[in-house]
Write a protein that binds this ligand. Sequence first.
Ligand SMILES: O=C(O)C(=O)C[C@H](O)C(=O)CO
Ligand SMILES: [Zn+2]
Length: 276
Amino acid sequence: MEIRYSSHPEDVKYYTTEELRDHFLITDLFQYGEIKSVYYHEDRMIVGSAMPTTAALVPEDGRQLGCAYFMERREMGILNIGGEGIVKADGAEYSLQYSDALYVGMGTKELSFSSANPADPAKFYFVSVPAHKSYECVKISKAEAIVQRAGSEAQCNTRTIFQYIHPSVCKSCQLLMGVTTLDSGSVWNAPPFHTHERRAEAFLYFDMQEEDVVFYLMGHPTQTRHLVVRPREAVLSPSWSMHGGCGTGRYSLAWAMAGENQAFGDMDAVSLADIQ
Ligand SMILES: O=C(O)C(=O)C[C@H](O)C(=O)CO
Ligand SMILES: [Zn+2]
C-alpha cells in the first residue's frame, strides 16, 4: 500500500506541478485484476480501487495497519463504477450494479471483490477510514441516496448531489460518501469553493468523455493551484485546501469525507472576493 503523508500549506505553496501531482493525485487506479490502495495520513483515509476479472480480489492483510486483518478497526464505503460486481462480506453476498454502493462495517473479516462478467469487469472504488464501532453492512442504490439539486445554468454548474453514506441513509462511524453528477452543459462543481477545517476529503472523477479533463482547483484559498485530472483519477484534499473544479465537459465525482462530524453542510465557504 502506497503512503501519502500530510502536508503543510506553507510548504505546498512552493511545490512544483510534479510535486503537487505526486502528493495529491492518484493516477493508477483501476488496473485489470488488481487492488490498488493509498494510505493517506490525513484522517487516515485509505483510498483505492479493485477491478477483478477472472479471480476474486481481497484487500491486503492487516500487517501494514498493525491489525489482525484489514477491516479490524476500519469501515469502508464501496462504489461500483463498472459492470456488475459482487462483494462478499463475512459470508453475505452483495451484487452491485453500476452506481450501487455498499457500506461495510468495522470487524468484517472476510471481504472480497469479484466481477459477474470478466469481459465487463466491475470497477470498485473504495474509501476506508478508522472506526470505533461495528455497524451492519448496507447496500445503497442511487435511488436510495439523498438527492440534492445545486447550481444554476447561468453559472454552468447545475448538478445533482447523491448522498449515499449519510446518517439519514445508513449508520457509519465517520464516513460520508456520495456522488455528484453534472448536468449536460455544466462544467463546474463549485461554487461554493470551500475548505473543511474539520475533515479531509477524497474525490474520484469519472463518468466523463475519455478525452476530457477536469481542472481541479486546490490549495490555500489565498494560494490556489490546480491539478489536471483525467477520467478515473482521484484527488486527496487536506483539511486546509479549498476544492472545486471545472471540466472541459460534464463529469461525475465521488466524494468521501471523514473527520470530526458527519454534517455534509459543514463547509467553510470561501468568498470569491478572497480567492487568490
Ligand atoms: O458539487 C458539489 O457541491 C459537491 O460535490 C460537494 C463536494 O463534493 C464537497 O466538497 C463536499 O464536501
Ligand atoms: Zn468539500
